[in-house]
Design a binder for this molecule. Structure first.
Ligand code: SAH
Ligand code: SF4
Length: 348
């Protein structure tokens, strides 16, 4: 009998880029067009079980079966809200739960994925931050969220067109796994999403922002939330290490290297960051950027001292920006009903 406890764990199909898988198949004697068929099953048909790949040779199916794991995390729960959001709770192999949220809009389907179990960065307003840090997700665990959500929306005749790394965790604190997964999402021979539709959201891990443009074509969003150092440090402790000056330099470099528009996320928190002084500081910070600014009224949750400002404050803040040629739409998070909105992800 084989002792499976000492067997090397199988790889995931998502540990490889399409070219790497193709060359493995060519190495075992498969023809090029056959390896292309395998890629088609995986990335277009989203069929991961080799036994279902009907036009693939027996030998290749057996090779895939022996070499790769094609099981996905179990769906522990799936909660849908009336606004088109579905929150998925997935159990990873190591027993941790992670969350992903499907957001259905009129003409697109967006998926919000997690990159870590918990987060080290302890932003004062964030549920995930309150959890502390457990571990990084592997590229395969990130891709599994995409694969599971894709098969759910496929049954509705829909396709995921956008991915945002705005679930649990700080993506740039799990750099190599996040880079691998965003690059699989946008790779032409893999899921082929448009690079501008795959967005990494960061709280400002400056050294990683500096290397991002050479490692991926994906889009970038910065969670700014304050444009004064004292206040930003209070809300986001990472600002102590990488202050607004350093952050701005790294973001401007990313922008000039990529030629892309930056997305700036600014949560509006009552009596904290939405005064005229704050709006003024934000305008000063924005100088030099080609950016899209999203204003997000704070999502309150139990046990949190913060609240969202009243409508008048929100509109005044927005008007201050638009009067100075910075249009800033107010975005209300979807999925509040199912605790699937930004900052509410805290799978235990
Ligand atoms: N760590 C990354 C990505 C995950 S957080 C980051 O911080 O960007 C995703 C987004 O949700 C961030 O913009 C974060 O600031 C925001 N967020 C966290 N708590 C929130 C809350 N209570 N209300 C609204 N947005 C929140
Ligand atoms: Fe981490 Fe982002 Fe939450 Fe800050 S806002 S604690 S970086 S997940």
């Amino acid at each position: 009998m084989t002792d499976t406890s000492t067997a090397t764990p199988k790889k995931s199909i998502f540990d490889l880029y399409p070219e790497e898988l193709e060359s493995l198949l060519i190495d075992i004697g498969e023809k090029k067009f056959r390896s292309a068929q395998v890629l088609q099953w995986i990335f277009q048909q989203k069929i991961y079980d080799p036994s279902s790949m009907s036009n693939v040779s027996k030998k290749t199916r057996a090779f895939l079966e022996d070499s790769f794991e094609h099981k996905f995390p179990e769906i522990v729960s799936s909660l849908s809200a009336d606004d088109g959001a579905t929150k998925l709770l997935l159990k990873t192999e190591k027993g941790h739960n992670v969350e992903a949220v499907i957001l259905r809009y009129k003409n697109r389907v967006s998926l919000c994925v997690s990159s870590q179990v918990g987060c080290k960065l302890a932003c004062s307003f964030c549920q995930t931050g309150k959890l502390g840090f457990f571990r990084n997700l592997t590229a395969s665990e990130i891709m599994s969220q995409f694969a599971i959500a894709s098969s759910i929306v496929k049954k509705e005749g829909k396709k995921i067109s956008h991915v945002v790394f705005m679930g649990m965790g700080e993506p740039l604190d799990n750099y190599s796994n996040v880079i691998k997964s965003v690059n699989l999402m946008i790779h032409e021979k893999a899921y082929a999403l448009s690079p501008k539709n795959v967005t990494i959201s960061t709280s400002g891990v400056v050294p990683k922002i500096e290397t991002l443009s050479k490692d991926t074509k994906a889009a970038l969003a910065i969670s700014l939330h304050a444009a004064r150092d004292d206040l930003r440090t209070e809300l986001m402790p990472i600002n102590r290490k990488y202050n607004l000056d350093k952050l701005k330099t790294a973001l401007l470099n990313w922008q000039s290297d990529t030629g892309k528009k930056l997305t700036i996320e600014y949560i509006l928190i009552k009596d904290k960051n939405c005064s005229k002084t704050d709006a003024k500081a934000l305008i000063k910070f924005l100088h030099g950027f080609r950016a899209k600014i999203n204003l997000i009224p704070f999502n309150s949750h139990p046990g949190m001292d913060y609240d969202k400002p009243d409508e008048k404050t929100i509109r005044e803040f927005q008007k201050y920006l638009s009067d100075r040629s910075y249009p800033a739409p107010v975005r209300y998070s979807k999925g509040m009903e199912v605790s699937g909105a930004c900052g509410q992800l805290a799978a235990k």
